[in-house]
Design a protein around this ligand. Sequence first.
Ligand SMILES: [Mg+2]
Length: 309
Amino acid sequence: MRVLIAEDDPVSRRVLEASLKKWGYDVLVACDGDEAWEVFESGDGPRLAILDWMMPGLDGIEVSRRIRKQSNEDYVYVMILTSRGQKQDLIDAMAAGADDYVTKPFDAGELRVRVRAAQRILDLQDEIIAARESLREQATHDMLTGLLNRPAIIEALQRALDHGEREKSRVGVVMADLDHFKRINDTQGHKAGDTVLRESVRRMRSVLRTYDSIGRYGGEEFLLVLPGCDEDGAIALAERIRCCLGEEPVRLCRNSLEVTASFGVTVVEGCRGQTADSAIMVADEALYLAKERGRNRVERARGEPAGAC
Ligand SMILES: [Mg+2]
């Protein structure tokens, strides 16, 4: 763990630095408050700061206040070091955002356990953040394919539509459905079905542009959001995906399977203020048409056959 020491007294600074290094910490040294603040202002400050109270320029209390004002995801644990030992001093230091308070001359054993306590709190905070991130990931993503799940892709579509309305730009919306997927599950088993889903997703993603979004809308149904795409562009992209899916069979443990998909395409014009639900409904109708007209094809919303691969 990196630790910043800010102390203007050279003797005390050296002793602190030597002790912390001996205990295995990575030490950064500042000779006054201004120097300490520069480190945190750069955005790459350490998670633990041991600040002397009385320093030329900014004092430790002011540096502590400024650290707290920064809205930073990574919590900085602040320890104030001072020869001022009155109760009111402690209250002032804590009120300025300090987490702990050590009086000088410091006792090495005491400082060591206090730094360890700081480390425990910082580790706990990291665990909480990691757990929160993992929950967010689980709440918005489909576990099998790693794609956005249904609520998350609908939200992404609505965001793209709102943005399109503001920017007066179009958004392509594609509903894709793997053909006869139930048959794969029924005859090859669900494990094979999962492999087909994952491989199909990999192929679809390889065709998409970095700013497109794709989500698992249902079992074998996918919703694609293509910002800035006109109808021809959206159809061309759907055709490329269709070709990529059918290009070579998906390899399973013992055999391999031809996989195809049907696509319904619609484009929402920037000015119409359409909702995600209505765009999905139109793309879904086009998809239905593609299924009806023999599958493994792309259909546009008004039902005219789209260009071939
Ligand atoms: Mg001092």
